[in-house]
Design a protein around this ligand. Structure first.
Ligand code: PLP
Length: 372
């Protein structure tokens, strides 16, 4: 039970039961498809939550920075993919990891491979980043010349072991429904597996939450790396990837002003807490979160007709139906279901579980002001 009177400022609540159910769901999907599950820790960024993955049989993880790799390595994780292009300025930091930790890097250029060859004083596994249509990083999936060139240069570097091709089908986030997600993921999967087969049957690593949750086939894939599925959020619910009851985090925000004539309340909870990410609401206006009632046991279903319609640095503007508005007063609390849980969790840098206990987050470890 949460002691609601102990919540004095915006606080991110984490429902362990929902989170463990999400982890169990994805672990089962991976096991049934015979693919390795290497969840991305960029969503929860928490040693406690990583432990819930461990309880579900996970032994290897993905992270998005060298610092995050260190945070988990120091907690006993010894098989870690840093799923971000190697930053040549951090090679010295990579050299400080214990030899017992198996590190996997992402590469897309012979130049960076050469710099690693010159400065890396440990062995590491390498995945070539493939652009399967997202257009962010990676060698275009059909650029066999560039792939050959990188593979040949990797063969000259004794510290590096080439494992395979890795892609992130981030374009599934442009889909407007589950069927579109499936089509985009399938296109990415086929491009990844096709490129791997043309280059000596390399292993294939894929992983975005929409695709991994909904795909009909993981054929040809060695591993999947979804992360957002740890918490899910409104962005996923909007696309039919999850239901509202699968969302494992909600921000408890104090009401600081009630504007009955406007039909709005002002929350202490703005862009620095929730992020400024939005989805189109029913009337086409940006929606920054859905509003729920808070009880000592957790949060309710979303309040019908209630939504976060505006956002500035610390303020959230919440629109609510008149009967609810009339009984709210400054000092009350509302819960906000986030649009993008990864950014919200990163902004808070810490959680409170539904027993009122603190849950760690890597961001608090490095700097964070909103950490509880
Ligand atoms: N792998 C890489 C390289 C990513 O960049 C991301 C997310 O950005 C993921 C995996 C996890 O995807 P999702 O956030 O959809 O779970």
């Amino acid at each position: 039970m949460i002691n609601l009177s102990s919540i004095t400022r915006p606080t991110l609540l984490l429902d362990e039961r929902i989170c463990r159910a999400n982890i169990a769901f994805m672990s089962k999907r991976a096991a049934e498809a015979g693919v390795h599950f290497r969840p991305h820790m960029k969503t929860a960024q928490s040693r406690l939550v990583a432990g819930w993955f461990r309880d579900a049989g996970v032994r290897s993880i993905t992270v998005s920075s060298v610092g995050m790799a260190r945070y988990f390595a120091d907690d006993g994780w010894d098989d870690i993919t840093i799923a971000f292009p190697v930053n040549p300025r951090e090679i010295d930091a990579l050299n400080t990891f214990p030899g017992t930790v198996r590190l996997h890097f992402l590469l897309e250029s012979p130049e960076t491979a050469g710099m690693l060859g010159a400065a890396l004083r440990r062995e590491a596994d390498v995945w070539i980043k493939l652009d399967s249509g997202y257009g962010r990083t990676g060698i275009p999936h059909d650029d066999d010349v560039a792939l050959d060139a990188l593979i040949s240069s990797l063969r000259q570097i004794t510290q590096l072991r080439l494992r395979g091709l890795l892609t992130h089908a981030g374009m599934t986030y442009t889909a407007s429904n589950a069927d579109e997600v499936r089509v985009l993921f399938e296109q990415s999967r086929a491009r990844l597996v096709g490129a791997a087969q043309r280059h000596g049957n390399l292993l294939c690593s894929a992983g975005d939450t929409p695709g991994c949750t909904l795909a009909k086939s993981f054929e040809g894939l060695h591993e999947i790396r979804p992360g957002n599925m740890t918490f899910y959020d409104l962005m996923q619910a909007k696309r039919g990837v999850c239901g509202i009851h699968d969302i494992a985090v909600a921000a408890a925000c104090p009401v600081v002003a009630v504007h009955e004539k406007r039909g709005e309340v002002v929350l202490y909870g703005g862009a620095v807490h929730l992020s400024k990410e939005s989805i189109p609401g029913d009337e086409g206006f940006p929606l920054y979160g859905l509003l729920c009632e808070l009880t000592p046991e957790g949060w309710s279903d979303p309040i019908e007709g209630g939504w976060l319609c505006g956002m500035s640095q610390e303020h959230g503007i919440a629109r609510l139906p008149a009967p609810i508005l009339r009984r709210l007063k400054p000092g009350d609390l509302l819960a906000v279901l986030p649009v993008h849980s990864c950014l919200t969790a990163d902004a808070f840098g810490g959680y409170l579980n539904l027993d009122g206990e603190r849950v760690d987050h890597y961001a608090a470890h490095i700097h964070f002001p909103h950490a509880i």
